[in-house]
Design a protein around this ligand. Structure first.
Ligand code: ADP
Length: 397
């Protein structure tokens, strides 16, 4: 079975064609600058990279070009589109409308339109991608795989905000979380690596990238997560503030002459690591500046490590124990000093890092970086959200 995984942004479209028997990637690529001048497709297959520079006025043109490449004599990996068994779409937010992977139908798409306002930066783009695929491949089965699904098992006392309960009921304002496919994948891989069943384990998963979130996973089910109603909550991120007293926002808006929308843009785009450091949102730049003695880069990294550590501690309490901490995503997989900052000081709770193992060179494999006598295993696991989307899609169709 072959599954085409689609991750559509407002001006980009990423794809992978995955053969499920071997779970191997046959081809992958990205369409950039959709709807703006300078469209480009970068397609990787058969050990080569193919770049096509062509205007891509909309997502339908982009997906048509992708399909053409997939069956192309040189760049292609399949003889015809019939070989694609189904399409899996990544969707950021599901609200309470969908708690699991769902087949695309007209009525599902109507609900998708209704909940688009929950993730205004992401869901409308996913809808463009889905509609484009439906237009070009009307007969293919398609699945929606939601970033929020894995968090649907959170208990009400964890996902509710302490606002008027009627407002939750009327407007569905609550915590939904994000990065669920990644948390799910690494929690499952951790269990496999440790030779245990997921039901036997209490795990804290740290997805640390440009956007970051931390989840508490009890027996394979998410019981809490750091992101909230939107991906702005939780630990500080590349350019997002993370948790902040909302009264401080009203004060800042007043002082800086921003309206609510501008205030939110400020919190999403100008804060976090970039805002604190004044250097960059990129952890590679931050660690480089830190080693040159830059105070604010050092401060930003310390704030990040401290905030993550507090979540790990809180989730240890929520779980009532801990077997394993997992690090994943760009920063989690590549930045030893961040991993060290997150777990240092937790020795009294049975978390003991092996400094030598922590400094390993990333080879894309799973590494256990805990000391031999650590009661809690510390794993670094490369995430693979596309594979989760493909697996969920294959299972559903
Ligand atoms: P997102 O998917 O949220 O955009 P990623 O998971 O790709 O983010 O993480 C991006 C972050 O990972 C950047 O801050 C980057 O500095 C950091 N990073 C550190 N080392 C590497 C590396 N070798 N490759 C990729 N990203 C890295």
């Amino acid at each position: 079975m072959k599954i085409l995984v689609i991750n559509a942004g407002s001006s980009s479209l990423k794809y992978q064609l995955i053969a499920m028997e071997t779970e191997s990637v046959l081809a992958k690529g990205t369409c950039e600058r959709i709807g703006i001048a300078g469209g480009k497709l970068t397609h990787k297959a058969n050990g080569k990279e193919f770049v096509i520079e062509r205007e891509l006025p909309n997502h339908t043109e982009a997906i048509s070009l992708v399909l053409k490449e997939l069956v192309d004599r040189e760049a292609g990996v399949i003889a015809s589109m019939d070989e694609i068994d189904a399409v899996g779409h990544r969707v950021v937010a599901s609200g309470e409308a969908f708690t699991e992977t769902t087949l695309v139908t007209d009525s599902v798409m109507k609900t998708m339109d209704e909940i688009a306002e929950l993730a205004p930066l992401h869901n409308p783009a996913a809808i463009l991608g889905i509609n484009a695929c439906r237009a070009v491949m009307p007969d293919k089965k398609m699945a929606l795989v939601f970033d929020t699904s894995f968090h649907a098992t959170m208990p009400d006392y964890a996902y509710l905000y302490a606002i008027d309960y009627e407002d939750y009921k009327n407007y569905k304002v609550r915590k939904y979380g994000a990065h669920g496919t990644s948390h799910k994948f690494v929690a499952g891989e951790a269990a496999k690596h440790l030779g245990k069943k997921p039901e036997e384990l209490k795990i804290v998963t740290c997805h640390l990238g440009n956007g970051s979130s931390i989840s508490a996973v009890d027996g394979g089910k998410c019981i809490d997560t750091s992101m909230g109603f939107t991906p702005l909550a939780g630990v500080p991120m590349g350019t997002r503030s993370g948790d902040i007293d909302v009264a401080a926002i009203e004060f800042l808006c007043r002082k800086k002459g921003m309206n609510m929308q501008e205030g939110l843009t400020y919190l999403n785009k100008k804060c976090g690591m970039a805002g604190v450091s004044g250097v960059s949102s990129d952890f590679r730049d931050l660690t480089a500046a830190q080693s040159e003695g830059n105070y604010r880069a050092d401060l930003a990294l310390k704030m990040f490590g401290y905030s993550c550590k507090k979540y790990v501690g809180a989730y240890m309490a929520a779980l009532g124990g801990l077997d394993c901490i997992v690090f994943t995503a760009g920063v989690g997989e590549n930045t030893p000093c961040v991993r060290k900052a997150v777990v240092s000081g937790l020795e009294a709770f049975g978390v003991k890092l092996d400094d030598g193992k922590n400094e390993y060179k990333n080879d894309g494999k799973i590494h256990d970086i805990a000391a031999k006598d650590s009661a809690v295993r510390i794993l670094v696991i490369p995430t693979n959200e596309e594979l989760v989307i493909a697996r969920e899609t294959a299972a559903l169709v």
